[in-house]
Design a protein around this ligand. Structure first.
Ligand SMILES: Nc1ncnc2c1ncn2[C@@H]1O[C@H](COP(=O)(O)OP(=O)(O)OP(=O)(O)O)[C@@H](O)[C@H]1O
Ligand SMILES: [Mg+2]
Length: 277
């Protein structure tokens, strides 16, 4: 019976995911390194490149993607088959976040362990994403139930992008995330080093506030690629808070250009070049 249920669920999920060409999980060992910011800006960079893109926020405790995409107050609707439709922003980004399912954005969400996995599974089964080239999945910090569920149930996942900050790379948290993905037999697309340096607008100098070359060392150790080095930029924070993605609003900034390079790397590594046709 349990096996039959599992089979049925797998079938439903396969059907819902059928039209999503590429799925990428964003992961980090630690909180606050910028996973959600990186998820949103990578998604928008891919969209700018002409790909149909969506973002799924599976952080059940602290959903921030809705805020960063300005979709906090938008309500989910059903399609004609009863499945939920992702929220569509005016620029065409599709967004699903747990906060979209709550009455108020400041409602506390209490999930007990096993319920989490079930909730995430239901998440995956209840949405009709339609046709997408890329789905970027943002996860909470660490290697808990949420990313584990995604890595276990999304068998067509293209891979994982690890986000870190320079001072964090030496810590065991990042190594743990890498080992976690490796142990589950999934691919790591690359490492993004966020908050890498600060370029002073007054003196023009570059300051490596949290150290230098950390992600590169980590990449060498685990035979991975660094696919992006994002500076500290107040505008990144300002636009995240305002729900107006940085890569769109500050498109000529160094950070936005680096995001576009990350998008190119992703396209190259996932064979997504055909997706925008
Ligand atoms: N490169 C950057 N420059 C300046 N501010 C940044 C940068 N990246 C992220 N931030 C800011 O840092 C804060 C944390 O970012 P974010 O919420 O994306 O981290 P997170 O890893 O998703 O956190 P959590 O672990 O809580 O999910 C936010 O206020 C965000 O705007
Ligand atoms: Mg986050």
């Amino acid at each position: 019976m349990a096996d039959k249920d599992k089979e049925m669920r797998a079938e439903v999920m396969k059907e819902n995911f059928k039209n999503i060409k590429h799925k990428i999980l964003i992961l980090s060992g630690k909180g606050g390194v910028g996973k959600s910011t990186v998820s949103v800006n990578i998604a928008y960079s891919l969209m700018k490149r002409g790909f149909k893109t969506g973002i799924l926020d599976i952080d059940l405790h602290g959903p921030s993607v809705a805020k960063m995409t300005g979709t906090e107050r938008m309500r989910l609707e059903n399609d004609e088959t009863g499945l939920l439709k992702p929220i569509s922003t005016p620029d065409g980004m599709k967004v699903v976040s747990i906060s979209s399912m709550l009455e108020k954005s400041d409602s506390p969400v209490i999930w007990r362990g096993p319920l989490k996995m079930k909730a995430i599974q239901e998440f995956f089964e209840s949405f009709n994403w339609g046709e997408l080239d890329y789905l970027i999945i943002d996860s909470p910090p660490g290697t808990g139930d949420e990313p584990l569920t995604v890595l276990q149930i999304v068998d067509s996942l293209d891979g994982v992008i690890i986000v870190t900050t320079p001072q964090d790379v030496a810590s065991s948290d990042v190594s743990r995330s890498i080992s976690f993905v490796n142990a589950l037999g999934k691919r790591i697309i690359g490492i993004v080093e966020n908050m890498s340096f600060f370029k002073c607008t007054k003196c023009g100098e570059t300051h490596f506030l949290f150290g230098e070359g950390g992600a590169k060392k980590l990449a060498e150790k685990y035979n991975l690629d660094v696919i992006g080095i994002i500076p500290i930029d107040k505008q990144i924070m300002v636009h995240s808070d305002a729900g107006t993605p940085f890569v769109i609003t500050e498109k000529d900034s160094e950070g936005a250009k680096e995001y576009m390079k990350i998008a190119e790397e992703i396209i190259k590594k996932t064979g997504g070049a055909n997706g925008a046709d």
